[in-house]
Design a protein around this ligand. Sequence first.
Ligand code: ZN
Length: 74
Amino acid sequence: MICPRCHNENKYDNLTCDFCMATLPMSDKRKAEIERRHEEERKAKMKKSMDKLIGLLFGVLVIIAIVIWGLFFR
Ligand SMILES: [Zn+2]
């Protein structure tokens, strides 16, 4: 998001300019863009935690398999 007053680049969802504190214009298009990116970030976060959970589950399964193997196949 380019500030209309000082022409510095701001983060896409800034409400005010980080450099000159001017209020950045909020058009419907920009609002929709912010919404879309927030949604994308949320999905990426969810995917990350799902990957972690699957990794953890797999680890637990391996441990259970080793324990069962030790109990029944001695
Ligand atoms: Zn500015």
